[in-house]
Write a protein that binds this ligand. Sequence first.
Ligand SMILES: CC(=O)N[C@H]1[C@@H](OP(=O)(O)OP(=O)(O)OC[C@H]2O[C@@H](n3ccc(=O)[nH]c3=O)[C@H](O)[C@@H]2O)O[C@H](CO)[C@@H](O)[C@@H]1O[C@H](C)C(=O)N[C@@H](C)C(=O)N[C@H](CCC(=O)O)C(=O)O
Ligand SMILES: Nc1ncnc2c1ncn2[C@@H]1O[C@H](COP(=O)(O)OP(=O)(O)OP(=O)(O)O)[C@@H](O)[C@H]1O
Ligand SMILES: N[C@H](CCC[C@H](N)C(=O)O)C(=O)O
Ligand SMILES: [Mg+2]
Length: 471
Amino acid sequence: MKLGTLTEGSENETVTGFAIDHRKVAPGTIFGAFEGARVNGEDFIPQAVASGAIAVVARPEAEVEGAVHIADRRPRERFAHLAARFFAPFPETVAAVTGTNGKTSTVELTRQLWRMAGHSAASIGTLGVSTAQESVKTGLTTPDIVTFLSNMAGLAREGVTHAAFEASSHGLSQYRSEGVSVTAAAFTNLSRDHLDYHGDMAAYFTAKLRLFSEVLDPKGTAVVWVDDPHSDRVIDLARARGNRLVTVGEHGDTLRLISREPTLLGQQLGIVADGKEYRVTLPLIGAYQAANALTAAGLVIATGGDAATTLANLSRLAPVRGRLERATITRAGAPVYIDYAHTPDALEAAIAALKPHVDGRLIVVFGAGGDRDQGKREPMGQAAAADADLAIVTDDNPRGEDAAAIRAMILKGVPQAREIGDRRAAIAEAVGEAESGDIVLVAGKGHEQGQIVGDMVLPFDDVSVAREVAA
Ligand SMILES: CC(=O)N[C@H]1[C@@H](OP(=O)(O)OP(=O)(O)OC[C@H]2O[C@@H](n3ccc(=O)[nH]c3=O)[C@H](O)[C@@H]2O)O[C@H](CO)[C@@H](O)[C@@H]1O[C@H](C)C(=O)N[C@@H](C)C(=O)N[C@H](CCC(=O)O)C(=O)O
Ligand SMILES: Nc1ncnc2c1ncn2[C@@H]1O[C@H](COP(=O)(O)OP(=O)(O)OP(=O)(O)O)[C@@H](O)[C@H]1O
Ligand SMILES: N[C@H](CCC[C@H](N)C(=O)O)C(=O)O
Ligand SMILES: [Mg+2]
């Protein structure tokens, strides 16, 4: 591709790639220089040009010498659209999922349902880039724009026709997932998280709504979990823009959930679609997993799937890694579940999912991440105080913060909890305490493979630790 095809000039230089980090610039690269939360990418323009950048996308006031300056008030957006032209083509059907909780689960379940319908499908999110064959980590929920577009293009080259990705609020506000045509976009729910980055709930919601106001194709479909108090805003937005609507939930029009009964290994759902009533055996426990499965089914229907077939396929869904995953059963006979709940709402949902299965006590082990929203810590404690029979507060990626100070903030919400900083010791204590009829929930890390302390990532996997201490 020639530079002249991307800018108004007649530059004949060959574009070899795109980069947003000057350390990744090679001769022929177009460099995106953006103001960030930590540093200003514009400071690296001279180094990028010295490394061979032939053009720089940056604000008009940025100084660019020795390369073409592609000036734009919204450089991240402009960069994304230029890069998309370079990396295209992409999978023809692309769905995006936003919401505070449930994104990873929904994209993963959507991928599975598409596959059952005979499509070559993939998902991109917290678990990485996953196809039926493999899963490769990217490190972020919504990867940076260059990784995102190159992965989407790579999937298309491998024959993937259907891709679902997680649109995190950080990703949406940093234009990390632009440039592909999004045919369907789903909203799961909104509750407290990430206020360290967004400031307040209104700004956090606005970041998420950009998926519906700007990213979703004008001819695309909005899929909405309607039982969340924030769903009306999404529905109004979709109506105002003329998008097709698929609504799911107890108040849903497309898929109406009329009953839900927990069973030993999952739940029985009664669902009305197109005026017909369906009985579905979902092999996943908890109201929250039913919500995510229905939202995933909504995305599949929004992208051309038949409702009856899609609902029938729900009975064959495989669990999502680290989401209410049963790691082991203790010697006393108590099951130990691992879940990725790391917000107050998620902790409440994970506890509620297990409650119907508990005869004795529900023992919950959890912490909260360092260098993340501090205001969610006390409410997480309160959620455990309200619904757990025994809470053990421990560490979960303290990062650059003092672990004891994080625990103290959680303990304000649950003063009766036991405090055991060392996560392995905390899990061992819960496993040792549990009697027959009890359930242990270890929350916060799900699929994660490390404990981040300072700059170090110490190997840690809740599932293996639970198995080891229970052995
Ligand atoms: C707060 C945040 O989201 N930061 C991300 C973001 O940073 P930023 O744009 O503010 O970048 P910055 O570090 O200030 O740098 C500004 C610019 O200078 C460039 N730069 C920087 C240094 C340098 O030497 N050379 C250089 O060119 C950077 O590439 C960037 O374009 O862009 C960077 C490059 O893509 C990301 O690596 C970085 O993720 C950090 C590591 C992070 O921890 N992000 C988390 C909070 C995150 O994004 N989480 C969400 C949500 C999780 C969820 O709940 O699902 C996610 O999508 O994963
Ligand atoms: N629909 C839901 N409603 C409430 N809580 C949920 C819902 N879905 C998931 N959760 C809770 O949130 C946790 C994380 O789920 P999941 O990984 O699917 O969400 P996510 O939105 O991808 O999270 P992240 O923001 O970390 O990427 C689950 O382990 C569960 O505790
Ligand atoms: N995507 C979330 C994951 C949180 C997981 C939890 N284990 C933590 O470290 O806080 C975040 O970066 O805020
Ligand atoms: Mg996720």
